[in-house]
Design a protein around this ligand. Structure first.
Ligand code: FAD
Ligand code: FES
Length: 1323
């Protein structure tokens, strides 16, 4: 029926007993926001702590689905039971075993991802109480965590797995159970990070039941159409197919929303407005009704997968080739949370260019059944079906009711292959479905069908290639002709959208080659006359690593035998908030309840990289409902700039913009949605200015730098170059990296209402700077601004200097409107505005002797700072100070420049330039080793008492111990031989190994940074500690609690840390530089010692008294129970004129050995094994430190092999969300991941002899890069290519595959640079 005749609807019925949903509904009533946008606030775009339970009408069974909250429209919840993380357990009642195990296994650091992890695992256990490891990794595949490196999360979940065999296939032919323990320790003596025996048992009988009222409702025959009217959209949910067909034919433009995985993102990110949405999820005939192999188009993809998995074994193998190809593809499509909602019909109709299913459905001769008004018709899903981007032949009013998946015939083979930037939860770069049918018992092709995704605007058919194959024998000659035809047929212009042109074209060939090998294998089985070796085929056709089962060895020091059992220092204490994080009770900035009159802010950013602003028209925005004001530079009462190193950075651009994403104005409105609509209505005109600068090369050409440029040298490189045996020059480019903290930048500024006082709640790593910046912007003294930070959902350096800028604009809005203003960036805006890790271009010249000694090296570093200086100068300095890494190069010359470009301003990121800087040195060393044909690292290392190139004395003893121990623990030399042997036996799969050291300086070179703490003891004996460090997952509060516990001699349970705030501890330094515990721990120790000494007389009077009785007595004896502690930090400095100094308190050392296996045809790789030996002195908390080590390693792995920020030729960041920007997921963790802490290491410079560890290990992620490079070198040598070659970072599958220089990549013509405008810049 036409829309206007629809009945006004009944109410929405779903069942929940849980707090969070009440919160959501209350907010919904308050604000009129949609549920998806609200739940998204809890966990933007990621599976939030939410599962849905539906009763399946047909089978009367309850299914549990973990879903992505942000894709779930509230109207879709009708009839469902919604379970949130708060609902399954709470600290007030009883925590759920999943919550307990993830927390106690140390799987929660910042905790922002934890509810999602808990609920994905909970959903799995509800459907399958005894899951396999494969089930667990599949269930977690769609959840991202930026802190932990996943190992502890998987370890916690693994305790639910009952599998006897922990390692069925680990690729090397070995089972981990057979691997002998590399340590001498017996199992029972090994220190454990958690004790499984303490865990609550899982008792499925105690789980929540499905609400009976919903069962009754589902079983009722009296289903009614539901209609909901919103501000701009109406939602209709019919119950019968006839009604659905009628609705669609009268409203052809209305989308059918099934999983909402296509429509939802379009509404959210592209601003698409649908006045009417039709939701067919309640139409029974549309659901998963298998009729033979007719599958209902409304089936979600998980249902399709399990249906096919159930059917496949019931039929002869040759009949189910297509089923099995689809199962393979479905297992890798999106994530389980996506497959749980995305429908088969929706996938087909979305007609994505890189849909994984459509090429297979098309190649497999599938057809769809349509239901236009007045009858049914069938349409084949072939080249005529997929018309163009997002378009099919269907008329707007037509609906796919079901899809026919045919059986295959004897002699018919189907292949489904894909290559994606990340193995799981990533759209494919190229994906394909191929089918070949042979004449009876022969090699002659009777039918062939080849389709690709990722090679055009929609699924494309390689019809000419098929014509070149059909009626011919399937042999080398035919295939070789087919490759040539394919190359011509599937051409891509050099500037094709999506880029990766050469790679995509080569993948079309190599995927056909892989299919060929699969077919040959099957043919051989069929006609028993094969000619290719089984070993080659097995390495090619089957993934070498079937089941991902990891073995971990985690060794840390024991605490000494004489340490008191009550002293927690040195013990693996769980993160103090882990349980609250796992139950969803932990409060982040945006969880602070809405205050009276609160407004929401959104910023409007520049669309141009370099332009004058010619007009700014906010009138239309101001007219929109809910919009309260628009804030421009003119509204700033104080300074509109922050000045760093003599350079000004505007908060809001006034007359000119210098990058896309620069903030120009801000819209404040009553709700987030209204603020967004207001921002979209602001009109800005620009006049472009000439010659924007984007790359380091542009900056060099135009001499666009932030001054001063830094130089450092020792010896005389020019003279030394004349004396060496050989010279070599090289270059490597390292891309930037998005912080991708799970909690985006968030803040709330509340005007107190008198004397210009403001309370600020922010996710800031530097509350003091946030306070100062706001005071300066509002032109008020700092004592009117208090900044509070309870916890941060990940920071990694991205919330040091950027948060103060954003908070200042928020404060202007709060001051102007006299109302509280909340500003929580959406992921895309956060990525666009707040910058990233600096990309660095390194150029080097090296002189060395035949024995491998490097005599001289001259290295130039160009870091891409973006349009403002931020901390770029300090980052360049840190790069130069770490350029020597572990090597004593007598003549060393470093030059560093921060390039001023028209890109968003880059900022600090874990490692502060060191991960980029050292990489250039290591690449240079690698080149020399390749030229000489032997390893040269050891011969060049510092040995004995040593002096750095900036004249700082140090002992490299522990660095060398780490190196040697790592070689032993990793069994380096034997495995190296095994890798070489593997490479000789395999042409298309290669293994590579690398071992790398790090020497990382700890503390701020700026001497003024110091720390203060404040410790209060209350009359009841409870202790409140405040210090300057912010908790962002790194466990600083847990360690500080341990320090206070040791010093006050009381259990940690009596000690509480509420927040970090500028009114308790003033003038703090940022929580950064791996220095948080060093500095704050000492300040807290100092305060606690003062208090403990004050209590001494009381203790002496009553030695048998308790802590509480002493405190009580002290109170009556008027002893102050509050003390401040102070830690001035070491006297550090660096004199750049003299090029000497003592910029660090000490060094943290480590060594990492990695092995990878690379598929040379696609560039896909897997980290087989990682061994990390780290010197962190005497760890205050080994579980927290091991968590930092693993998390940093995985972040490094992302930096060097996976994460790519892509900019358009006009400087617009394309990669603004998790679907375009891939951080490591569970699938990327090494199959074996061994972490060892160097024993017997002391450090007199930090608290309790510990060492800072937050940052150093990021660099060691590059061992995966160098292992890939080693594997690529082996592949190149098979193609006759020897010597150093260029491989930029990240070594993505694209780069690795092209560097292998296979016969397929060699076929791809390379377009001349400059002859076309590339889709993306090479930053
Ligand atoms: C994070 C993420 C990752 C993903 N990864 C992958 C991947 O790796 N590989 C891959 O192939 N896909 C991937 N997808 C795409 C996903 O598979 C599709 O978006 C999904 O299948 C669409 O189904 P839906 O039910 O959600 O469609 P909806 O968004 O509900 O609808 C999409 C469109 O299809 C139309 N439609 C739906 N059903 C019918 C019908 N029966 N008849 C006629 N029209 C209909 C609607 O009108 C609408 O226009 C991913 C999506 C997301 C969000
Ligand atoms: S603990 Fe997973 S994102 Fe922080």
């Amino acid at each position: 029926p036409p829309l206007r005749s629809l009945r006004m609807s009944s109410s929405l019925t779903f069942s929940t007993k849980f707090l969070i949903i009440k919160k959501i509904i209350n907010r919904l009533i308050d604000t009129g926001r949609s549920i998806s946008s609200i739940i998204c606030c809890f966990s933007p775009y990621f599976p939030a702590g939410l599962i849905l339970r539906f009763i399946l009408h047909l089978h009367h069974t309850v299914r549990h689905y973990a879903v992505n909250a942000c894709l779930l429209p509230i109207c879709q919840l009708h009839g469902a039971a919604v379970t949130t993380v708060e609902g399954i357990g709470s600290t007030k009642t009883r925590i759920h075993p999943v919550q307990e195990r993830i927390a106690k296994a140390h799987g929660s650091q910042c905790g922002f991802c934890t509810p999602g992890m808990v609920m994905s695992m909970y959903a799995l256990l509800r459907n399958k109480p005894q899951p396999s490891m494969d089930d667990i990794t599949q269930a977690l595949a769609g959840n991202l965590c930026r802190c932990t490196g996943y190992r502890p999360i998987v370890d916690g979940c693994r305790t639910f797995c009952q599998e006897a065999n922990c390692c069925q296939t680990n690729g090397g032919g070995d089972c981990c159970l057979d691997v002998k323990d590399e340590t001498d320790e017996q199992d029972h003596e090994k220190p454990q990070l958690f004790n499984k025996d303490e865990f609550l048992p899982l008792d499925p009988t105690q789980e929540l039941i499905f609400p009976p009222e919903l069962i009754l409702m589902a079983e009722s025959s009296n289903l009614k159409t539901l209609t909901f009217y919103g501000e701009r959209t109406s939602w209709v949910s019919p119950t019968s197919l006839d009604e659905l067909v009628q609705l669609k034919s009268s409203n052809p433009k209305a989308p059918l929303v099934m999983g909402n995985t296509n429509v939802g993102p379009d509404i959210k990110f592209k601003g698409v407005l649908h006045p009417l949405i039709i939701s067919p999820t309640r139409v029974v005939d549309f659901s998963c009704v298998p009729a033979g192999v007719w599958v209902g188009a409304g089936c979600n993809l998980s249902e399709v997968q399990s249906l096919l998995e159930k059917l496949a074994p019931q039929f002869p193998k040759e009949k189910t080739e297509l089923f099995r190809a689809l199962i393979r593809q479905l297992r890798n499509l999106g994530s389980q949370q996506i497959r749980n909602v995305a429908s088969l019909g929706g996938n087909i109709m979305s007609a994505y260019p890189n849909s994984d299913l459509n090429p297979v459905l098309a190649a497999g001769n599938c057809k769809s059944s349509l239901n236009p008004p007045g009858g049914r018709r069938e349409v084949h899903l072939n080249q005529d079906f997929f018309v163009s981007f997002g378009k099919t032949v269907l008329k707007p009013e037509e609906i796919i009711v079901s899809v026919f998946i045919p059986f295959t015939r004897e002699g018919e083979f189907v292949g489904a292959l894909r290559q994606a930037p990340r193995k799981e939860a990533a759209f494919a770069t190229v994906t394909t479905g191929m089918r070949v049918f042979f004449s009876e018992r022969s090699r002659v092709v009777q039918e062939v069908s080849i389709y690709y995704g990722g090679m055009g605007p929609t699924t494309v058919s390689a019809a000419k290639t098929c014509a070149a194959i059909v009626s011919k024998p399937w042999d080398d000659e035919t295939l070789s002709r087919a490759y040539d035809v394919l190359l011509d047929e599937l051409d891509l212009p050099p500037s094709a959208p999506g880029g990766k042109v050469e790679f995509r074209r080569s993948l079309t060939l190599s995927l056909l080659f892989k299919f060929n090998l699969e077919v040959l294998q099957k043919l051989r089985e069929m006609v028993r006359q094969g000619t290719i070796s089984v070993s080659i085929l097995s390495k090619l056709c089957c993934p070498t690593f079937g089941v991902i089962n990891r073995l971990h060895l985690l060794f840390h020091q024991h605490v000494s035998k004489d340490q008191s059992a009550h002293d927690p220092v040195g013990r693996p204490i769980m993160h103090r908030s882990a349980i609250s994080q796992a139950t969803g009770e932990a409060v982040y900035c945006d969880d602070i309840p809405k205050t009276d009159g609160e407004l929401f802010m959104t910023v409007v950013t520049s669309a141009r990289a370099h332009a004058k602003i010619t007009s700014l028209d906010v009138s239309e925005a101001l007219r929109l409902p809910g919009v309260v004001d628009v804030i421009t530079a003119k509204d700033i009462p104080g300074k509109n700039v922050r000045t760093e190193f003599g350079y000004d950075e505007e908060l809001l651009a006034e007359s000119q913009v210098s990058c896309v994403g620069q903030m120009i104005c801000a819209v404040v409105a009553d709700t987030r949605v209204h603020a967004k609509r207001g921002a979209a209505a602001v009109k800005i005109s620009y006049e472009d200015l000439p010659d924007p600068v984007f790359t380091a090369e542009d900056a060099i050409e135009k001499s666009s730098f932030f001054e001063p440029r830094r130089v450092i040298w020792r010896g005389n490189v020019t003279e030394a170059f004349k004396t060496v045996d050989q010279l070599h020059e090289g270059e490597i480019r390292l891309a930037g990296q998005e912080h991708f903290y799970m909690e985006t930048q968030s803040m709330l500024v509340i005007p107190v209402g008198e004397e210009t006082e403001f309370k600020v709640y922010a996710s800031s790593q530097w509350p003091t700077l946030t306070q100062e910046a706001i005071a300066e912007t509002l032109n008020i003294p700092s004592n009117r601004v208090t900044c509070h930070v309870k916890r941060i959902g990940g920071g990694f350096g991205g919330k040091v200097t950027k948060t103060p800028l954003l908070a200042s604009v928020t404060a202007v809005a709060a001051q102007k409107t006299s109302r509280p203003v909340r500003f929580v960036l959406e992921r895309g805006d956060d990525m666009l505005i707040t910058g990233a890790r600096h990309p660095v271009l390194g150029r080097y010249k090296v002189g060395f002797m035949k024995d491998g000694r490097i005599v001289a090296a001259d290295i130039q570093y160009y870091s891409n700072a973006g349009h403002t200086i931020d901390e770029s100068l300090m980052i360049v300095e840190k790069i130069l100070l770490h350029m020597d890494n572990a090597y004593n190069i007598p003549n060393l010359h470093g030059r560093g420049a921060a390039c001023r470009t028209n890109l968003p301003s880059n900022t600090s990121f874990r490692g502060f330039g060191v991960p980029q800087g050292i990489m250039i040195m290591e690449n240079m060393i690698n080149d020399v080793a390749v030229l000489l044909g032997r390893p040269i690292r050891e011969i060049n290392m510092y040995k004995g008492p040593s002096v750095t190139h900036y004249k700082m004395e140090f002992s490299p003893e522990n660095m060398l111990r780490c190196w040697n121990e790592c070689k032993v623990k990793s069994d380096f030399s034997n495995r190296r031989k095994a890798v070489d042997q593997f490479n000789q036996q395999n042409r298309w799969k290669k293994r590579g190994m690398a071992i790398l050291p790090i020497k990382y300086g700890i503390a701020f070179a700026e001497g003024q940074f110091n720390q203060v703490s404040l410790v209060h003891i209350y009359k009841d004996g409870s202790v409140l500690v405040t210090h300057g460090g912010t908790e962002m997952g790194q466990g600083i509060h847990t360690k500080i609690q341990q320090v206070a516990s040791r010093e006050l001699h009381i259990p940690t349970s009596k000690i509480y840390i509420s927040e970090t705030s500028t009114n308790t501890v003033p003038n703090t330094c940022p929580t950064a530089a791996s220095f948080g515990t060093d500095a704050n721990g000492m300040a807290v120790k100092n305060a606690c010692m003062t208090l403990y000494q004050r209590l001494e007389p009381i203790r002496q009077k009553d030695p048998k008294g308790s802590w509480e009785s002493w405190i009580d007595a002290a109170y009556f004896e008027k002893i102050s129970l509050s003390a401040t502690g102070y830690h001035g930090g070491p006297d550090l400095y660096m004199d750049w004129d003299k090029m000497e100094g003592q910029p660090y308190a000490y060094f943290t050392y480590g060594t990492c050995c990695c092995e990878v296996e690379l598929d040379c045809l696609t560039g896909d790789y897997r980290t087989v094994r990682t061994d990390l030996m780290v010197d962190i002195g005497r760890s205050v908390n080994p579980s927290v430190d091991i968590g930092q080590i693993e998390g940093a390693f995985m972040q490094g792995l992302g930096l060097y092999t996976l994460e790519e920020l892509k900019f358009s030729p006009f400087g617009l960041l394309y990669t603004r969300g998790p679907s375009q920007y891939k951080i490591p997921a569970v699938c990327d963790t090494p199959l074996r991941f061994n972490v060892y802490l160097l024993p017997d290491s002391d450090n007199p410079h930090a608290i309790y002899s510990s060492k800072g560890i937050g940052e150093p290990i990021v660099f060691l992620g590059s061992s995966v890069f160098f292992a890939i490079k080693d594997a690529v070198a082996a592949a190149r040598s098979d193609s006759g290519l020897v010597g150093p070659f260029s491989l930029d970072s990240p070594a993505t599958p694209e780069r690795a595959c092209l560097a292998c220089s296979s016969p397929f990549t060699k076929k791809i013509p390379v377009s001349k640079p400059g002859s076309f405008k590339p889709w993306a810049l090479n930053i």
